[in-house]
Design a protein around this ligand. Structure first.
Ligand SMILES: [Fe+2]
Length: 680
């Protein structure tokens, strides 16, 4: 039997954990490795990938999703030629990060990797804008606008021609932070400014072409839920108590008595004054806002409440939202961000890494909660820059079995019926990556070092679902869920022809990661062994080791709910970032090409498939000696690009409130940040 724990025997390409951060500001022409470049390509394809940080080598154990965003653009301007341009997304916090690494004066402000995020205790959380795109064509007179996105930060608009970051969407005042930093700082009378507070949003906002509106979200999670989610909380509380022993006696006694009561009798105990306080604060602290933006002014927002008046509270994340002609669909998605995702590298507790992980994390929820808002109820919202009272809007709650990160919805909803296409990444946890302490679930040997930072294996087969929902009543009317024993292991990203928003989504192209037993660790196995909707029995999962499932590109027919075309890659390849590119004079929604990235130890490549004949294999493979991609994520396609013509702009100097007495932060902004955003 092959020892998968020997790096030499690994079927996972080592190059997956290596990349170059080189920016191709001047275009390079890709080399044709095999096949023929189609002569009827058109437009421009954009990809984005986290590419680590200048001072932190990729592959040191940091999760691969934690890194500066690199924007890549493929141009199809000349027949028979494909050129590439790329640029790192340089937001204000990017420059702050750079300065604190290189300038001794700012050393105490340094950002460090904390699990999935990058954080400076005195400055805040990096907004890496490394995940997805939003395209918006507000008017035919303007060039199409392009935004890059991140789950834990506001979107930024980029110039489609230069790829430079231009402006955030919404000023800092318009976004509400996960932690009420300004209140805490003024309460503690601290002079630090904390200019980059964490802001929770979605990596997939939506643009309505019919009404020229962008929809997004801004939510603040329930602090009690965060505490309840982890058995580590009592340990934290014990540590807090130790520190409090140094405080005045009467105060310590009060806090200790109440906190002990929490840990001893379970966290939810309504008699406890601290819980009473937290419960009272819950409605204030935990909230979810729907945002609508016209691309020019400050945005409008509504606070979401359930029909019984209680606020909508998000348990995991809102990675994706969807819009139809009459409804906005929000989802609590299967991408957790909890204590464990932040505790990595933090010597908070002097306990074994594995024990800490077991205590600090939990399996993701096996069901999906959807929230549906009727657009007719969105008359005018609270202006995000005013002190007007909040405006509430009711969201219908629907729970469907099986978790998801991504979904798409048909724009039309005849008779109030919403059609939702779901990618169920079942028992799969992108927020759990391979650590030093991980061992194989098969032979319990340590997992090879070079895999550290990659996400762990899924623990059941992925599924594809089509649901018909009654938007008015908030109920599921129909559902159809399928899987394929060879092709739906590790369903990831997807694409479809998005040129006609009004057309029902008939074909979706998806990429799957395959099943790779090397990534199945004891930790992941134990976390998901009791998965509620298991299809593949654990005994069978354990037998797959000698016949891993390779990655796949396939097409789903959403009417028949069948996979009607597919191409299987080799197990030594990892594919990502599928994107539909229509042919010139394309006549139907499959009349085009599917692009994807292919990473293997032979190098990183771009492959092109005929969208109607995936099973024939790639018609073209491209590479370049300098092309060393990161793990590329989402993509988009634009028919044309050009220097940005929109006026919307948030001036950086006015956007950040720097405490007058915080001389060092003032210096950091004056020297390292503002000069990069001066408009000529
Ligand atoms: Fe996504």
């Amino acid at each position: 039997m092959v020892d998968k724990n020997s790096p030499d025997e690994s079927k996972i390409p080592r190059s997956l954990m290596k990349l170059k951060r080189t920016e191709f500001i001047s275009k390079i022409e890709l080399n044709l490795k095999e096949g023929k470049i189609p002569s009827d390509l058109q437009g421009h394809l954009f990809l984005i990938a986290p590419v680590g940080f200048a001072n932190t080598p990729y592959g040191d154990g940091t999760p691969i999703f934690n890194g500066d965003g690199m924007i890549y653009r493929l141009d199809f301007d000349k027949p028979g030629e494909i050129s590439l341009k790329s640029r790192i997304a340089k937001t204000p916090c990017y420059f702050a990060d750079e300065a604190t690494q290189t300038d001794e004066r700012f050393k105490e402000y340094q950002f460090k990797n904390f699990g999935l995020g990058r954080f400076s205790l005195l400055l805040g959380l990096r907004n890496q804008v490394n995940t997805g795109f939003l395209t918006a064509e507000f008017s035919k007179e303007q060039t199409a606008r392009l935004f890059i996105t991140y789950d834990a930060g506001r979107p930024y608009e980029i110039d489609t021609d230069s790829l430079e970051v231009v402006t955030p969407v919404g000023s800092n005042k318009e976004w509400q932070s996960e932690v009420p930093i300004s209140i805490i700082l003024s309460f503690l009378n601290l002079r630090v400014s904390f200019p980059f507070p964490p802001v929770l949003s979605t990596a997939h906002p939506e643009f309505d072409e019919q009404t020229s509106e962008i929809f997004s979200v801004n939510y603040i999670r329930d602090p009690l839920d965060l505490l309840e989610s982890t058995p580590l909380t009592p340990l934290f509380i014990d540590n807090i108590i130790k520190d409090l022993k140094k405080a005045p006696h009467a105060f310590t006694e009060f806090v200790e008595q109440n906190i002990r009561q929490l840990t001893g009798q379970g966290l939810i105990n309504d008699d406890n004054p601290i819980i009473q306080f937290l419960n009272g604060a819950k409605n204030f602290l935990s909230r979810t806002y729907l945002i609508r933006w016209n691309g020019q002014d400050s945005f409008e927002r509504w606070k979401l409440v359930l029909p019984d008046g209680l606020p909508v509270t998000i348990k995991q994340s809102m990675h994706q939202i969807g819009i139809t002609e009459d409804y906005i669909i929000l989802a609590d998605t299967s991408f957790k961000f909890e204590l464990e995702q932040l505790l990595d590298n933090v010597p908070v507790l002097e306990i074994d890494e594995n024990l800490r992980r077991c205590l600090a994390t939990r399996a993701q929820l096996p069901d999906t909660t959807l929230y549906i808002v009727n657009r007719q109820d969105l008359r005018s919202g609270q202006c995000s820059l005013s002190d007007e009272p909040e405006i509430e809007v009711i969201a219908q709650k629907i729970t469907i079995p099986l978790e998801l990160i991504h979904f798409r919805v048909d724009y039309k909803n005849p008779g109030g019926k919403i059609t939702l296409h779901a990618c169920h990444n079942t028992a799969s946890d992108v927020a759990e990556w391979i650590h030093d302490s991980d061992t194989s679930a098969y032979n319990h040997h340590p997992t090879p070092q070079f895999l550290r930072g990659l996400m762990g294996s899924q623990m059941d087969i992925g599924r594809l679902g089509r649901y018909v929902l009654d938007g008015r009543k908030g109920v599921v009317l129909e559902s159809k869920v399928i899987h394929d024993l060879q092709r739906t292991w590790g369903i990831g990203l997807s694409t479809h022809d998005q040129r006609n928003q009004l057309a029902p989504i008939r074909h979706i192209y998806l990429q799957s990661f395959g099943f790779r037993s090397e990534l199945l660790t004891d930790f992941i196995y134990n976390l998901y062994k009791d998965y509620q909707y298991r299809l593949i029995p654990l005994e069978q999962l354990k037998k797959i080791q000698d016949e891993d499932r390779p990655p796949c590109l396939f097409r789903l027919d959403t009417q028949t709910m069948t996979i009607d075309d597919s191409y299987e890659f080799s197990i030594g390849q990892v594919i990502s970032s599928p994107q539909f590119v229509p042919r010139t004079h394309s006549t139907h929604e499959r009349d085009g090409y599917i692009f994807c990235t292919v990473i293997s130890d032979k190098g990183d490549e771009i492959w092109i498939f005929n969208a109607t004949k995936l099973n024939k294999g790639p018609i073209c493979q491209l590479n370049h000696p300098s092309l060393d991609l990161g793990y590329t994520l989402h993509t988009t396609w634009l028919s044309s690009i050009g220097p940005r013509t929109a006026d919307y702009y948030i001036p950086v100097r006015e956007d950040y409130e720097i405490n007058k007495e915080d001389e060092l932060t003032k210096k950091l902004f004056e020297e390292a940040i503002y000069p990069n955003f001066e408009r000529g």
